[in-house]
Design a protein around this ligand. Structure first.
Ligand code: UT7
Length: 372
């Protein structure tokens, strides 16, 4: 069978001019910080069906780090973390574990739950913004550790990384250029946060989630999705040094410039717009109502962002899966780890529609309605 026959690849949906986001005059945007921070909505969504998730698995490191532990160690305000984020504890990788180790453990757990022969895997994609090394890619380390015969590459879209990798893997599968694609989201955030920074460190944790993609029916796959980027907001969430533009120096490291920096309050305001507006748009363009969606799996950044979206979009709480209280924000691992838990609990079954929404540094976002 010609793989393209049953894979539906539909181009962008046209919207009327009245749906176009309003353009701010350049001078006004420069003068007005709040305007620049507003979510720049895109009218485009895409469809990519004919792809299914054959198996899913996840790994969270063993070491539990509670809010109490961080409050005692770094003098964080008692109760602030829980009150402002909903996070109670997170997991930290062991000293000898890197991102590739977590990724491999997630993949092995997934393989153990399936009847897949690893030698059939013909593509490895790893979404991460905390690679083991700048070079080689974490995906190559995973490919080697799993003994796979497959091309391998990393994708960097921070907390939207899994959505970007899912859509990329799905394109390979839909075109027939991959029969079995291993797509992993993995991050070891504990190594890049400034330990005593209350505004970032307690929010993040370490984890990995993995899926295997293969050909499905024309109904399965990304019924409608949007990947987006707004580099103008890049400095809201970044690691300012350590790349080619500003290489590490002992002075910069001593000053903590290599750590993750986040303007949390402005990222928060941007995020609540991204989440509500892209979910609404994807559902609308898919002609699907909230009632038709079995489960909403949002990036686990802050319970108040999720609660806000539920309220605005009138999503009942039983349709939302959260685990951030137990593992915090695990960046690219966030969505696949949550989906794995939901799947294990029987909250996702073949044929169900699941709405996933990732957002984060770049700025980037990825919102997709996936039929299992
Ligand atoms: O994973 C990558 C993405 N990262 C995130 O999404 C993290 C986003 N940031 C946060 O989670 C939180 O900002 C922190 C936990 C880092 C800090 O929390 P906070 O200091 O308690 O600030 P906040 O989140 O309550 O407030 C952020 C802003 C505030 O605006 P101003 O006063 O700074 O101008 C709030 O008034 O967001 C405002 N805000 C809202 N705006 C519109 C709070 N709730 C809403 C709302 N609608 N529902």
């Amino acid at each position: 069978m010609n793989p393209l026959n049953s894979a539906t690849v539909e181009s962008a949906v046209e919207l009327s001019a009245s749906d176009e986001p309003e353009k701010q005059p350049e001078t006004q945007a420069q003068e007005s910080e709040p305007d620049r921070l507003l979510f720049k909505k895109s009218p485009r969504t895409c469809q990519l069906t004919g792809v299914r998730i054959r198996a899913i698995g996840a790994y969270v490191p063993l070491r539990v780090v509670t809010n109490g532990e961080l409050e005692a160690q770094y003098g964080f305000e008692a109760g602030w973390i829980k009150k402002r984020t909903g996070i109670l504890e997170r997991r930290y990788a062991a000293e000898e574990e890197g991102t590739s180790d977590l990724a491999v453990k997630a993949a092995r757990r997934m393989l153990a739950k399936s009847d897949v022969d690893p030698s059939d895997i013909d593509l490895v994609l790893v979404a991460t913004f905390t690679p083991d090394f700048t070079c080689p890619s974490t995906a190559c380390l995973v490919q080697e550790k799993l003994g796979l015969d497959a091309p391998a590459m990393d994708l960097q879209a921070a907390c939207s990384g899994f959505m970007y990798a899912l859509a990329t893997g799905a394109q390979f599968v839909a075109t027939g250029n991959s029969k079995l694609a291993l797509v992993i989201g993995a991050d070891v955030n504990s190594r890049i946060v400034q330990p005593d920074d209350q505004g970032t460190a307690p929010l993040f944790g370490d984890a990995a989630g993995a899926v295997l993609l293969e050909r499905g029916t024309t109904e399965q796959g990304l019924v409608r999705y949007q990947l987006g980027a707004d580099g103008a907001g890049g400095s809201l969430l970044d690691r300012p040094v350590g790349g080619t533009l500003r290489p590490l120096t002992p002075e910069l490291v001593a000053d903590g410039q290599h750590y993750l920096k986040m303007d949390g309050r402005n990222v928060f305001k941007w995020a609540i717009q991204v989440v509500t507006e892209t979910i609404e748009q994807v559902l609308m363009q898919a002609d699907v109502g909230v009632a038709d969606v079995k489960l909403f799996v949002l990036h686990q950044a802050n319970i108040r962002i999720i609660d806000h979206a539920m309220k605005v979009l009138q999503i009942p709480s039983e349709k939302v899966f959260n685990n951030l209280d137990r593992i915090g924000n695990t960046s690219a691992a966030s969505i696949p780890v949550a989906m794995d838990e939901a799947f294990e609990q029987g909250r996702i079954e073949p044929g169900d529609l699941v709405l996933m929404c990732g957002f984060g540094a770049g700025l980037t976002w990825g919102t997709g309605l996936f039929r299992w």
